[in-house]
Design a protein around this ligand. Structure first.
Ligand code: ZN
Length: 332
């Protein structure tokens, strides 16, 4: 079973999350492999998408936010064989992910070869609130796939650490790894509190200036970050959560929350027939008639889960009937 573990370091302004996606990740890979027209992900793409998915779960579980968190890496025509990689995680840690591939993927390709050959690749983090107020937009932040010196980054973890530093002004450490069975990661974050405030409950917010001065300068955080970074991918993928935390932090006093509270990560797709219907409705009656003049049905497949929704001419005609009650459905 997929699992998530949150923990604190007793008396230190650092918290952490560890995630291991097993069944949820295998489901994503299996559904893709079952799609005859697309086929299984090449190894480098599976690793990229697995790390992105683990990171999305870690980030979602690290914020207090009711809605979806989406990580999206995208390129343009000259960026490489991967056009898009997306991982989306809801507040209850239900997740889905997909990648679209437009060219051959050589074995061993790293991030820059996959989607940043021309330095135009980018990573977008979108927070979409579940209950939006009228006119409220999703929040989106974008970071490039290169560092401050213009050097291409080869790890999603570096890209997202950069994002977290920019958006939250907090040191964040991410260690990620994925293979065809497990997608896993650790997140450590320095807390914006004084001393042992994280446990005493006396959260003292610092000024912006103080916050900036502290970036990179907290010795406890730096030590723990180094420990986390020392973890090898095969250890992160092969060891249990207990073994990993013991191996990294055996000299520290860790306070752990019960695993999977309040939710365990699980695969779930948010697609629905109603949504496809709305999408077809938005195309307009003329467009739909034109498509149906060339084929017997309209089939729309979900890239995330592989579900196919089929609309025959009668189904399609019903989309454009005057509403009886609320035809738009209540699916969000
Ligand atoms: Zn779906």
């Amino acid at each position: 079973m997929s699992e998530i573990h949150k923990f604190l370091f007793d008396g230190l302004p650092v918290r952490g999350v560890l995630v291991r996606l097993t069944d949820a990740w295998q489901t994503i890979l299996q559904r893709r492999a079952n799609n005859e027209s697309l086929g299984a992900y090449p190894q480098p793409v599976a690793e990229l998408l697995g790390e992105l998915t683990a990171a999305a779960v870690l980030m979602q579980s690290n914020i207090k936010f009711n809605g979806s968190l989406e990580l999206q890496i995208s390129g343009n025509a000259g960026s490489g064989p991967v056009k898009l990689a997306v991982a989306e995680v809801q507040s209850n840690l239900s997740l889905r992910a997909t990648a679209s591939i437009v060219g051959a993927v050589p074995d061993g390709s790293r991030l820059s070869a996959l989607i940043n050959q021309n330095q135009q690749g980018r990573c977008a983090v979108t927070l979409d609130p579940k209950d939006k107020l009228p006119g409220q937009q999703a929040y989106q932040g974008v970071v490039p796939l290169f560092d401050d010196d213009g050097k291409p980054l080869e790890h999603i973890s570096s890209v997202l650490e950069h994002y977290m530093l920019q958006s939250e002004q907090l040191d964040t450490t991410l260690v990620l790894a994925a293979n065809d069975v497990v997608a896993a990661g650790i997140l450590l974050q320095r807390l914006p509190v004084q001393g042992d405030g994280n446990l005493a409950g006396s959260m003292v917010r610092k000024t912006n200036e103080d916050a900036e001065r502290e970036i990179g300068n907290n010795e406890d955080y730096n030590r723990l970050s180094l420990f986390a970074k020392s973890l090898k991918p095969e250890e992160l993928l092969g060891l249990s959560a207990n073994e990993i935390l013991h191996r990294l932090f055996w000299e520290e006093s860790i306070i752990r929350y019960p695993a999977n509270t309040p939710h365990a990560p699980q695969f779930a797709c948010t697609c629905s027939r109603e949504r496809v219907g709305r999408m077809l409705f938005n195309l307009g009656q003329e467009e739909i008639a034109s498509i149906l003049s060339e084929r017997p049905n309209i089939e729309v497949g979900c890239e995330f889960c592989g579900n196919q929704e089929r609309f025959d001419p009668i189904d399609a005609a019903q989309l454009f009937l005057p509403p009886v009650g609320d035809l738009s459905g209540g699916v969000h």
